[in-house]
Design a protein. Structure first.
Length: 290
């Protein structure tokens, strides 16, 4: 048996079409969704992601601006720029590409972004709102994973989800989001004992470890759904996931590839969040005009 491939690129394409139609409608009401991307330093991977985000904005009819700084930029300067973008009515989403240089406090930067423009869903206010089931911007990667699972007809209620990884931007929020969908969630991390025992009991494995080929067929119960979040480069510079795809695909029921899996969904949900923020801005405008 070989697993069904969850084609993130294809699902992303469908979602992007839906978003572009909504963007058109919003433009008729006089608002063009705008995304500001802040890039610090010249990390090659970050540059590639940022370019891809901008291209997608263009493709969907959105407005985008790129603000670039050298590696040595002072934290204060970054914070001032964010304050300015918070006040800019043409900007509905602000994204500061991570990671940032060590002399800049990542949390201070994230907290400086207005929660209303936090389309990454990284601000403590949005994280907190998501945790208690309130309306919030959902972090793009977890949100993308949720949409992929739903679009593939994978039931979540009562299912055992094992998340490997507990970062604030992937592991923790994806577990919380799936808990909100009534899954039973286990988090594993570098201090977890007998990891294989946990993953073998999973109906759904979310691999967000950051190590090439970390999840092997021994980790996977036959028929389980395997979501590969990893974006790693091997020695030859090839893009690799956290899952040993070739062997796991013969055991799993569903699997996501890398590239073409979670990555394209992440960017798509960023566009969705920016559209949503622009819609919120229009509603606010209409309320004050009435
Ligand atoms: N597709 C996409 O859109 C995105 C992909 N990514 C990719 O996803 C991967 C994970 O990213 P991110 O969450 O930011 O990474 P982090 O490095 O922040 O977190 C990695 C997590 O894996 C855990 N871990 C490390 N080693 C082991 C081990 N041996 N056993 C069990 N757990 C372990 C760590 O545990 P501990 O907490 O104990 O240290 C940590 O919680 C990366 O490859 C990244 O590039 C990231 C964002 C978006
Ligand atoms: N503030 C912030 N927000 C982020 O969302 C954010 C970030 N910082 N820092 C880095 C990570 C990583 N990330 C990816 C997004 C898309 C792909 C993606 O589209 N990948 C393609 C391949 C791209 C390629 O070929 O290089 C794929 O998997 O098919 C990958 C990774 C967002 N991140």
């Amino acid at each position: 048996m070989t697993a069904l491939i969850i084609d993130g690129k294809e699902i992303a394409k469908r979602k992007k079409l839906e978003i572009s139609l909504e963007v058109e409608k919003l433009k008729e009401s006089g608002i063009t969704p705008g995304l500001a991307v802040v890039l610090v330093g010249d990390n090659q991977a970050s540059k590639t992601y940022v370019r891809s985000k901008q291209m997608t904005c263009k493709e969907l009819g959105m407005h985008s601006v790129l603000i670039e700084y050298t590696e040595s930029v002072a934290e204060g300067e970054l914070l001032r720029k964010i304050a300015e973008l918070n006040e800019d009515d043409s900007i509905h989403g602000i994204l500061v590409q991570l990671p940032l240089p060590k002399h800049i406090r990542e949390m201070a930067v994230i907290e400086a972004i207005s929660p209303e423009k936090d389309v990454d869903g990284f601000h403590p206010v949005n994280i907190g709102r998501m945790m208690i089931g309130q309306e919030a911007f959902l972090s793009c990667t977890p949100f993308g994973i949720l949409v992929m699972l739903k679009e593939s007809g994978v039931a979540l209620e009562g299912k055992h989800v094992v998340v490997v990884g507990r970062s604030n931007i992937v592991g923790k929020p994806v577990g919380q989001l799936l808990l909100n969908e009534n899954a039973t969630v286990t988090y594993c991390h570098s201090k977890t004992k007998e990891l294989v025992k946990h993953t073998q009991s999973a109906d759904i494995i979310i691999a967000a470890v950051g190590r090439t080929g970390f999840i092997t067929k021994e980790h996977v119960k036959p028929g389980a759904v395997v979501i590969d979040v990893g974006i790693n480069r091997n020695e030859e510079g090839k893009l690799c996931g956290d899952v040993s795809y070739e062997e796991v695909k013969d055991v799993a029921g569903h699997i996501t590839p890398v590239p073409g899996g979670v990555g394209p969904m992440t960017i798509t949900m960023l566009m969705y969040n920016t559209l949503k923020s622009a819609r919120n801005a229009l509603n606010k405008l209409q309320r004050t005009n009435n």
